[in-house]
Design a protein around this ligand. Structure first.
Ligand SMILES: [Zn+2]
Length: 193
């Protein structure tokens, strides 16, 4: 009898956990869709197990570049003695449609337009919005947004590493996270050396 009750409790816990996770993932998805006005209909994993949500099926180079960015992130995190959340499967990456593909210097630079918020009036401000290479959607569960690339995949790896820095810091060094999270007060990437 005792065994059965324990089993029942475990089953209920597992069910509750699944429901919570689903609800959290749903709210992150809604937030990503709100920011981008995109619909993330495709969901795939990278070869190393990071979760990817995209408007259309990402190509192999895109997925490989995401893994490379996370590999670089984990290496520099370990170097700084950060140990929490260094698994590929801990990360969800949203690939949105690029709102521009060239920057003001005419360089290939797929970026996403997001509301200016705290960047209003700064050099980043384009008139109520800014162009971002990447953006954290949620610290927990860990999710961030990047733009679709069709070349220069090294830039994807860099952006993944950079956005990931905020998430690693949030879960390993809250003081440094607070000091570096808002680039409108100065500072940029890489944060971790
Ligand atoms: Zn940043």
């Amino acid at each position: 009898m005792k065994k059965i009750i324990q089993f029942a409790i475990i089953a209920v816990l597992a069910f509750t956990f699944t429901q919570d996770t689903l609800a959290q993932n749903q709210s992150v998805l809604r937030e990503a869709e709100r920011i981008t006005n995109d619909k993330f209909k495709v969901s795939v994993n990278t070869p190393k197990g990071a979760k990817v949500y995209a408007v259309k099926k990402p190509n192999a180079q895109m997925l490989k570049a995401i893994d490379q960015g996370l590999t670089d992130l984990f290496a520099v995190s370990r170097k700084n003695n950060y140990r929490n959340r260094l698994n590929y499967s801990d990360y969800s990456i949203f690939i949105g449609k690029a709102d521009r593909t060239k920057d003001s210097q005419n360089q290939y630079s797929p970026d996403i337009a997001v509301g200016a918020a705290q960047y209003a009036g700064t050099d980043y401000d384009q008139g109520g919005f800014i162009y971002a290479a990447g953006m954290v959607i949620s610290n927990n569960p860990m999710s961030f947004l990047i733009a679709e690339h069709t070349k220069n995949y090294n830039r994807v790896a860099d952006v993944v590493r950079y956005e990931g820095e905020h998430l690693v810091l949030y879960h390993n060094d809250r003081r440094k996270y607070n000091e570096t999270a808002d680039h409108s007060r100065g500072g940029g990437h890489p944060i971790l050396q």
